[in-house]
Design a protein around this ligand. Structure first.
Ligand code: 3Y8
Ligand code: NAP
Length: 248
């Protein structure tokens, strides 16, 4: 009997949940509990951590999960590593639904770097208007360059004082090209810091930066151990159906 666990939290995961619900397959959708009011899903939903890889393995056993689909974000590396470990220890089939990274297009002014610390170093010394489009969790290192005027974008209003003076836009996305262009022009943004998340939900800022000729400090994805990986919801559904038919 198939019972899939979707590790969600992305637009792709939401689309997958809709397909699975339409197919009438038994599945549970899981959020990490990062936002106050995550989008509703057409599947039974759980919110919050599992308690590390061991906690996830215990959950898989207790809930008689037969398949795990890691549809988390490419930067949700800890969750993905835990899923690899837990599925190995419980011999549970695992697939990752992970969109392709964005690739540079003609006109893009990208400075590609490996991590947040390198992103701070890549910013100029001369004061600039900087748009940090990297959420809430990893902004503290930018306090090292307080000379800039920072614009942040959070899903929820900040609950704690910010590590440096900044203007905060509260918006959950997805974002449109026109709105990104308008925001960057109005705030006279000179630099953008982004993660190479891929997908369509956050792509608009990359196109707006290209149109405005702005430099983008692009943080590359964390490396993950090898796992079966697909880039489309259709492929993930095919995998699930195929394994379900085989009763695996
Ligand atoms: C809680 C679920 C959907 C899903 C929408 C996608 C698109 C919009 C773009 C910018 C970049 C950022 C951030 C972003 C995008 C989609 C997608 C995507 C980037 C929600 C969601 C959850 C989260 C968690 C949140 C992080 C934050 C990252 C904001 C829901 C809306 C910056 C990633 O306050 C916090 O703690 C927020 C944490 C992880 C990164 C960070 O470190 O701050 N996403 N985002 C999920 C959970 O609890 O399991 O609330 O409904 C999902 C989406 N965010 O169904 O349409 O699929 O990528 N999310 C980044 O790209 O760097 C915004 O502003 O330009
Ligand atoms: P992370 O750093 O990889 O994970 C940290 C811990 O959060 C995990 O070890 C796990 O806790 C818990 N967790 C994460 N995702 C979970 C899920 N879907 N269900 C249950 N527990 C989860 O994760 P993150 O980068 O903070 O991302 C959190 C969520 O936001 C994910 O659903 C992700 O898809 C979504 N998201 C993240 C980004 C991003 O930029 N990182 C962007 C868009 C959406 P335990 O160890 O206790 O199990």
């Amino acid at each position: 009997m198939t019972r899939a666990l979707i590790l969600g939290g992305t637009a792709d995961a939401s689309q997958l949940a809709a397909e699975i619900a339409r197919a009438g397959l038994d599945a549970i959708y899981s959020y990490g509990g990062r936002t106050r009011a995550p989008a509703d899903q057409p599947l039974p939903t759980r919110i919050g951590g599992f308690g590390g890889a061991d906690g996830l393995a215990g959950y898989i056993r207790r809930e008689a999960i037969t398949h795990v689909i890691d549809a988390t974000h490419p930067f949700a590396a800890e969750m993905s590593r835990n899923a690899i470990e837990a599925c190995a220890s419980t011999a549970t089939p695992l697939i990752a639904l992970e969109r392709a990274p964005w690739t540079k297009a003609p006109g893009d002014r990208w400075i590609e770097i490996a991590d947040i610390e390198a992103a701070v170093a890549a910013l100029p010394e001369a004061p600039a208007n900087v748009f940090l489009a990297i959420g809430r969790q990893h902004i503290a290192p930018f306090a090292g360059k307080p000379q800039h005027v920072y614009t942040l974008r959070f899903v929820d209003p900040p609950e704690a004082p910010l590590p440096f003076a900044a203007k905060v836009i509260v918006s959950r996305g997805p974002f449109t090209f026109e709105a990104e262009l308008d925001m960057m022009r109005k705030r006279d943004i000179g630099w953008i810091v982004a993660r190479n998340s891929g997908g369509d939900g956050a792509r608009a800022k990359i196109g707006a930066a290209r149109t405005l000729g702005l430099p983008v400090i692009m943080i590359s994805r964390p490396h993950l151990p090898d796992r079966h990986r697909v880039e489309s919801v259709a492929e993930a559904m095919q995998w699930l159906r195929h394994r379900t038919c085989l009763g695996a």
